[in-house]
Design a binder for this molecule. Structure first.
Ligand SMILES: Cc1ncc(COP(=O)(O)O)c(C=O)c1O
Length: 335
């Protein structure tokens, strides 16, 4: 049986030249994970997960998702001809939900998707012979192995000293660290929203376990007050001599705008948050100017357009060609 694939992986490294220059650091790199088939790195996990379901002879899959994992599982499930049930966060951005619909999986919006619900879904998966398609080591180590290729690719793509990873459940960070294991001295940096940073607080020994009472961040994908892979992620960070960064939602949004308007890269806020953590660390002096950091830019900006509703930034009036001519003449006159 050949491995299930839609062309995921082997994403390029891009140099964030304007950001590097403005921060006065040699080179800042980005791993372009939004270039995967459905627009996020979760395609790597879905390829391995659904492949595992096929090999195990399972009748379908059931997963939980804030949107990206659901799109990935739905696409790869469709390719494999396996029906799926997707328990999706009811507050997921509309673009994430709508872009899943065409794949034909059964969408089940859930008001709660914490550890208790995931544990219950694990039992249902086993009862009904469905592959548990959650993107966390705690629930789906076979699938998560697909994301370890990110780390392996990084080893070939550059001599990176610091890897900035946005963390929600923590699995992505663990996967990248495992993929780089043994052959590098790169430090793993865990970037979380300040309004939902249990792993960072745990690394900083502010709390005894990586769980907090509630999340006040609105950054989709990173809203997990009880991350299933929290301990594993913290260990990966500490073993690599890395650290945790808490970043405000506002800093993530302004980095999202910066990357789009200065680098031509439109990623979702969760991805921009990792780059914002990196920029904050350069500004505070935590990251030396000799460092060669890379940020994992995990998902496409097209997945969450809440900040760019149709009225934001667009002129209200419509233009005819004569108006357009006047507009351009005015630019000429001002030059
Ligand atoms: C775009 C994006 N970045 C980062 C993450 C964080 O991954 P993890 O939950 O494995 O920490 C997610 C998770 O949903 C995501 O969707």
């Amino acid at each position: 049986m050949s491995k299930l694939s839609l062309g995921e992986g082997n994403t390029p490294i891009l140099s964030l030249t304007t950001l590097s220059k403005s921060l006065g650091i040699n080179e800042i790199s980005a791993k372009a994970e939004w270039m995967n088939p459905t627009g996020s790195y979760k395609d790597r996990i879905a390829a391995a997960t659904i492949d595992d379901a096929l090999r195990g002879g399972l009748r379908g899959w059931i997963g939980t998702s804030s949107g990206n994992g659901g799109a990935s599982m739905s696409a790869y499930g469709a390719k494999a001809g396996l029906p799926g049930f997707l328990c999706i966060a009811a507050d997921a951005p509309a673009e994430k939900v709508r872009s899943i619909v065409p794949y034909g999986a059964t969408l089940l919006p859930m008001s709660q998707l914490g550890i208790a619900e995931m544990d219950a879904i694990r039992e249902l998966a086993s009862q009904y012979h469905l592959k548990l398609s959650v993107t966390a080591y705690r629930y789906n180590p076979e699938g998560m192995s697909g994301a370890e290729a990110i780390g392996a690719e990084l080893l070939k793509q550059g001599d990176f000293t610091h890897v900035y990873v946005p963390a929600g459940g923590g699995g992505l960070l663990v996967a990248v660290a495992r993929g780089m294991a043994g052959s590098t001295k790169a430090r793993m940096i865990c970037a979380q929203p300040a309004g939902c940073d249990p792993i960072v607080q745990f690394i900083d020994r502010e709390i005894a376990e990586p769980r907090i009472a509630r999340c006040t961040s609105t950054i989709s994908g990173l809203q997990l007050p009880a991350p299933p892979d929290g301990e594993l992620a913290a260990s990966s960070v500490m073993e690599s001599d890395g650290w945790g960064c808490s970043v405000s939602d506002a800093d993530a949004w302004s980095m999202q705008d910066y990357l789009a308007s200065k680098e031509g890269i439109f990623v979702e806020p969760a991805s921009a948050l990792a780059a914002a953590a990196l920029a904050n660390d350069v500004k505070s002096g935590r990251l030396p100017s000799s460092a060669r950091p890379v940020a994992i830019l995990t998902g496409s900006g097209l997945k969450d357009l809440r900040r760019f509703s149709s009225t934001v930034g667009l002129p209200v009036q419509t233009f005819a060609i004569d108006d357009l001519r006047l507009r351009l003449e005015a630019i000429d006159a001002n030059e």
